[in-house]
Design a protein around this ligand. Sequence first.
Ligand code: PGA
Length: 250
Amino acid sequence: MSRSYYIAGNWKMHKTRAEAAELAKALVAQLKDGKHKYLVAPSFTSLETVGAIVKGTNIRLGAQNMAAEEIGAHTGEVSVLQLKDLGVQTVILGHSERRHNYKEDNALINKKVKLALQHGLEVILCVGELLEEREAGKAESVCETQTVKGLEGVPASELGKIVIAYEPVWAIGTGKTATPEDADAIHAYIRKVVGKLYGDAAAENIIIQYGGSVKAENAAQLMGKENIDGALVGGAALKADTFVPIAKFG
Ligand code: PGA
């Protein structure tokens, strides 16, 4: 298998610049001999500070969102051009908190995906079902729709810059993790969906992270599954003591 593990920390709306710098420095020191691919995604306000610390290391700089437009009268939004100016390499798009709390739909997320790719950014496209959707037997179809619509118009030549994160909404920040078996089944399904769109080789190569209450205690079991290629970590990414053991699993 050619896929490598990719472990990302989503710091959400946490940390002042000083706090973000402290964590970034600790991660640089403790992950310098790490074997996997790493990313941290601080708040916009800490991107410049954290970017200066992770520059030239094995930790990528990510943003948690971006505007669907490049420039103009969009009060409160942050442009891809501004992110690139700060050295951002990756952007997380379609996170469930954006989809459900800020009402971002598939069309808007797709617009952002294409804009980010046009500007050479890597994209972590998040997909995942709500609890009621899982209980209604719709987990696969929800993830399929979010994947297909999120990638609409993305050419095969750009797929190498796409990472998918499967994050069942009921597992985010709740302490409930999908079992490794249940998560792997959805990952396999998403891989099949990518295969239908882009062919078998693309499906084999795409990195699919799992997210939702990942911690040191469950990371190895989850990532031990055939189709789980890494993790998108929220709560446990806020401290080096809890993130490093996940990042160094295996
Ligand atoms: P959590 O968040 O690890 O706190 O569940 C994951 C995420 O939302 O990316």
